[in-house]
Design a protein around this ligand. Structure first.
Ligand code: ZN
Length: 406
């Protein structure tokens, strides 16, 4: 069995996460895949294979050396994005791809155009894997799952490779921000870990946004609109004015990249009486979140004064830039660089304009940067990966195991 075979099997199991569900995992398909993975890991010969009721699967690749070296972990998530259909995924392998645009058969408007996809254009001759046009592929993050299982099988089959204890963690519901919620760092028992949940071959990510979520609620006064003169205060109109006055040409997702943060109104629950606007705050510097919060509050207060509404403001911490933790453990990132180079690649280091489970896990005491697995166009029906990228991800995991034992 190859890493590609594993990947093609995993993506056909519907593990789409569901934000509206309060159970953990949020959908039963995730448990179906986790149960299959638990059996597979036992079959490979891993020890301490445990799958808990919340859908966290852990296992151990036993050490092959006598001396004690740090235990490291590798982690991937089994769920897929709720933004796209994940049932009935039909993976297609375009063997030795010839460089022509790829038209996905179940929806001829879904076309991977080489001109729009420089990363794809660099993969002529590789075996490209896509979905069929109506669903996502699920390389995010079943590419990571497949790479980890294959690396485990390889290490068990090659006891001559010197490595310490390696812990494996498969978690649910990353895509809805709950992946770290029930992750038992103590039970995992590793000094550090690596999520396998990244893009291009060679990518190493150890900086993420710091993130807060704000809810700004405008409270108006509702009455029958036929008899409302001088009495009605319309919270819908106040919220519309508020959104319109938020910065357009700066600190917005549409106008920023690199290391710039933003404020992002993304959801509105509206009625005349009460309208809430949900706003995401993002910045690579945690202190910068406070400045952005003040910008939003300033606009909200001004609008409330202008419209005669009242406001309620609620701010929730979401996650913090993992670099704040990883800077205290430089060897964790250094050894990842070394493993990537030994796999014949140059490390590509760039900040994640989002968060990962690693952002949360790092602050829970498990320093966890992110490694590539060859996910491209994730959360899209144009998602793709390649067999060659998957194989490189496996190689990096094996090299990482070696580097930590040196
Ligand atoms: Zn992911």
């Amino acid at each position: 069995m190859s890493v590609l075979d594993r990947f093609l099997r995993y993506v056909q199991i519907d593990t789409r996460a569901d934000e509206s569900s309060s159970s953990c995992p949020s959908t039963p398909g995730q448990l179906t895949l986790l149960t299959l993975l638990a059996e597979e890991l036992r079959g490979i010969g891993l020890t301490e294979v445990s799958l808990d009721a919340n859908g966290y699967l852990m296992a151990t690749i036993p050490s092959t050396i006598d001396r004690t070296v740090p235990t490291i972990g590798v982690i991937a998530h089994v769920d897929t994005s709720p933004e796209m259909p994940g049932a009935g995924v039909k993976p297609l392998v375009h063997r030795e791809w010839d460089g022509r645009d790829i038209v996905l058969p179940d929806d001829p408007t879904a076309i991977l155009r080489v001109a729009d996809q420089p990363e794809l254009a660099a993969q002529i001759g590789h075996d490209i894997v896509t979905a069929s046009g109506t669903t996502l592929l699920g390389a995010d993050d079943k590419a990571g799952v497949a790479a980890i299982v294959e690396a485990a099988a390889h290490l068990v089959a090659h006891p001559e490779i010197s490595h310490g204890t390696i812990r494996i963690g498969f978690s649910p519901d990353e895509e809805i921000g709950r992946g770290a919620n029930h992750f038992d760092v103590t039970q995992f028992g590793a000094r550090c870990a690596y999520t396998l949940d990244g893009g291009r071959c060679g990518e190493l990510e150890f900086e993420s946004f710091s993130a807060d979520a704000m809810r700004v609620t405008f409270i108006g006064f509702n009455t029958h609109p036929g008899y409302a003169k001088g009495r009605m205060v319309n919270a819908v109109k106040a919220a519309a004015r508020f959104i319109d006055r938020l910065p357009h040409d700066r600190i917005s997702p549409e106008t920023t990249d690199g290391y710039e943060g933003y404020v992002h109104p993304y959801q509105v629950d509206a009625s005349v009486d009460r309208t809430s606007v949900r706003v995401l705050l993002r910045d690579f510097v945690t202190a910068g979140l406070r400045e952005k919060q003040l910008v939003v509050e300033g606009v909200a207060k001004q609008v409330a004064a202008d419209t005669g509404t009242r406001i309620e403001i609620d701010v929730q911490e979401q996650y913090r830039n993992m670099r704040e933790v990883l800077d205290q453990h430089p060897e964790v990132v250094d050894r990842a660089r070394k493993a990537i180079r030994r796999a014949g690649l140059s490390p590509i280091e760039k900040p994640i304009r989002g968060g990962t489970d690693g952002s949360r896990l790092s602050f829970m005491g498990l320093p966890t940067p992110n490694l590539f697995t060859g996910e491209h166009n994730f959360h899209s029906r144009l998602e793709w990966t390649s067999r060659q990228d998957l194989e490189k991800a496996v190689e990096v995991i094996v090299q990482l195991a070696r580097v930590w034992a040196e």
